[in-house]
Structure formats: C-alpha cells, structure tokens
Design a protein. Structure first.
Length: 103
C-alpha cells in the first residue's frame, strides 16, 4: 500500500504552535455557511478543510492569520497576488465590453 503524500506541517512552513492555536480559535468562532474570502462560496467545517489565512500574505509582512478560507482557496492564493475567482471572471469578460466614443 502506497503512503499518502502530505504537504509540509505548519512548523515546517515556519508557522508552528502559535498558528495552530490561532486556527483553533478561528474555527471555534466560525459560523457555518460564512462565505470564503477568496471564492465567495459558503464554508462548512464538515465538508472540506478550512485553513487559517493571513489576509496580508506573510511574504508581504503579514504576521498573524486573521480569517478562514477553504484549504484549496488558500493554496491557490499563494502569496496574495493571485486574483480571486471573481476578479478573474471579470477580466475574462472584458472581450464583451463595448468601447464608447465620447464627443
């Protein structure tokens, strides 16, 4: 039987015990169905893992996680420069825009 590949632990990522405690606190305060700050879809603890996210990415000086995101959204967000799905959809829609000529 092949071992399941797992990502780095919070300690290996340089986050450690403090981050784990913040995540526990955020999870205890979580209201089921709250929209994800990245994709806007509802978040439920029972259906998919939720990650503690640094709204200001650590790469840009963020020090403490302050919100929950779907784990998949947190990973796709990377260093905070990846646009949210709503922004990507708006950019993709630009081909349908109409240029108006102003007199």
């Amino acid at each position: 039987m092949a071992a399941q590949r797992r990502g780095k632990t919070t300690s290996q990522k340089g986050l450690g015990w403090d981050h784990q405690q913040v995540r526990k606190q955020l999870l205890s305060q979580h209201v089921e169905g709250t929209p994800c700050g990245h994709c806007g879809k509802p978040m439920f603890k029972a259906t998919q893992p939720l990650d503690a996210d640094h709204e200001l990415a650590r790469h840009h000086g963020g020090r403490r996680a302050n919100r929950l995101l779907h784990a998949s959204c947190n990973r796709s967000r990377k260093d905070g420069t990846t646009p949210t799905p709503a922004v990507r959809a708006a950019r993709a829609d630009r081909g349908q825009w109409t240029l108006l000529q102003w007199a």
